[in-house]
Design a protein around this ligand. Structure first.
Ligand SMILES: Cc1ncc(COP(=O)(O)O)c(C=O)c1O
Length: 435
């Protein structure tokens, strides 16, 4: 069959809204990144940028980017790291990252998605078994798809089901030749809940496995020094492999992996997405490095972020809006209703000067949708109060969509979820747009 003809009939849920490009998706927000930007020529309070600590638009970091671009061009160094893409800044930043998350060593990844996907591929061979939470980010899911050994999923945040899956895996597993790798996120990016790391670590003491933690949304945000979910839950040493992207709290591009020296040395020579693709350019690396230094020097940023988070989330709860149980600045407004009904609420928010986006299948399970809102350091008391006033109005207009939000329990408390087949999940997770 002609491929193009075939694709014409293979329309995903997301693509079925393609006539609404620019309104529902592919949105163009203008202006400097802050809590107020411009959409369709009108100023709006922005709730969808993962600029947790307000560092994306940092003056000093922008200056560093423009100086290095002026000197060497925007994409220097022009090679893969292993060829001639090395600079002293790359190694220096790796040392700082390792020190920050209390690991022996770290390795930079040019992009979060490709890098995380690829390290899962690099770390495992057909003798190894992967066990993963059903809600891990699409980049891990795609890394798991590359794995040609055994794989088991466990119900989201269910430690009991994880243990069942570990026991199943152990029955078929040869400890002489294979390892077990458990993959989880520190903070789940749609509903904002943390992984129960303490309980997972307790299992690790009973069974022999390694933990790979994608802490992209915990890095810089959680823990007494901002070192993430493992620090917050006091299990830093038990997380074997720690990964996080620079696209959230430190507002740049790229990512890193941190672990013991042997693992990092191995990854440096065996991660295909880094060996066959160019390294992170200095125009991105220097701002990321500077932002990490600012994050460490200015803990007040994290304090303000959390004050804003509490003000916003408790305000929504007081209005009766069910936001589930986020343990991070990620605040999901769960809509009871169809995607179209969700869009209607979203458009009303927009018409009242509040901006975010709707998340629907395949990013969240079929039949559910949510407006994903993220509190940041940049939000002011006025931004938050204005947004809460708009929600108050909308709860009167759409009480059944906003107030009786029983769907949250089904999604977050997934011990109650019925069995989902791994393949369904792998398909569901192939697109995680807009984050
Ligand atoms: C949990 C998680 N991991 C990985 C990624 C991928 O990071 P990047 O944007 O650097 O590709 C994201 C980004 O959306 C994420 O939310």
């Amino acid at each position: 069959m002609n491929l193009s003809k075939k694709l014409k009939n293979r329309v995903s849920e997301l693509q079925s809204y393609q006539d609404n490009r620019g309104r529902f998706h592919h949105l163009e927000l203008n202006g400097e990144i802050s809590s107020r930007m411009t959409f369709e020529d009108k100023e709006t309070v922005v709730w969808c940028v993962n600029d947790y600590l307000g560092l994306m638009n940092n003056k000093e970091s922008k200056q560093l980017a423009s100086e290095v671009t002026e000197k060497y061009g925007s994409a220097y160094p022009h090679a893969t790291r292993v060829a001639f893409g090395e600079t002293k800044h790359h190694s220096e930043f790796e040392e700082e990252l390792a020190d920050f998350v209390n690991k022996d060593a770290a390795y930079l990844l040019n992009l979060g998605y490709a890098g995380i996907c690829s390290i899962i591929d690099a770390l495992t061979d057909r003798h190894d078994t992967i066990i993963y939470d059903q809600a891990v980010h699409a980049c891990s899911i795609d890394g798991i798809r590359l794995h040609n050994g055994r794989k088991f999923s466990f119900r989201h945040n269910s430690v009991a089901h994880l243990e069942t899956q570990i026991k199943r895996a152990l029955k078929r597993h040869n400890p002489e030749t294979g390892s077990i790798l458990v993959i989880i996120d520190g903070v789940y990016s749609m509903h904002g809940e943390q992984a129960p790391l303490k309980e997972i670590v307790a299992l690790k003491k009973k069974y022999d496995f390694c933990i790979l933690l994608d802490d992209s949304h915990g890095f810089g945000v959680l823990g007494h020094s901002g070192a993430g979910a493992a620090q917050e839950q006091d299990v830093e040493d038990e997380v074997d492999i720690y990964v996080a992207t620079f696209t959230k709290a430190i507002g740049s591009l790229g990512a890193f992996v941190a672990a013991d020296k042997t693992t990092i040395d191995y990854l440096r020579y065996n991660t295909r997405s880094q060996i066959f693709s160019r390294t992170i350019p200095l125009s991105q690396l220097l701002p990321a490095q500077n932002n990490l230094r600012l994050l460490r020097k200015e803990p007040g940023r994290r304090i303000k972020l959390w004050n804003n988070t509490v003000r916003f989330q408790s305000g929504l709860r007081k209005l009766g809006i069910n936001i589930g149980e986020p343990e991070s600045p990620i605040t999901p407004i769960q809509i009871i209703g169809s995607t179209d009904e969700g869009f209607e609420v979203l458009m009303d928010l927009r018409n009242n000067g509040v901006f975010s986006y709707l998340v629907f299948y395949p990013v969240v399970p079929k039949g559910t949708c949510l407006i994903r809102m993220v509190a940041t350091y940049n939000h002011t008391a006025e931004d938050i109060d204005h947004t809460l006033d708009v929600f108050k109005k909308l709860t009167k207009k759409y009480p059944e969509r906003l107030l009786q939000n029983y769907g949250v329990e089904k999604v977050v408390n997934s011990d109650k979820q019925t069995n989902i087949q791994d393949e369904d999940l792998l398909m569901r997770s192939t697109i995680q747009g807009g984050k």
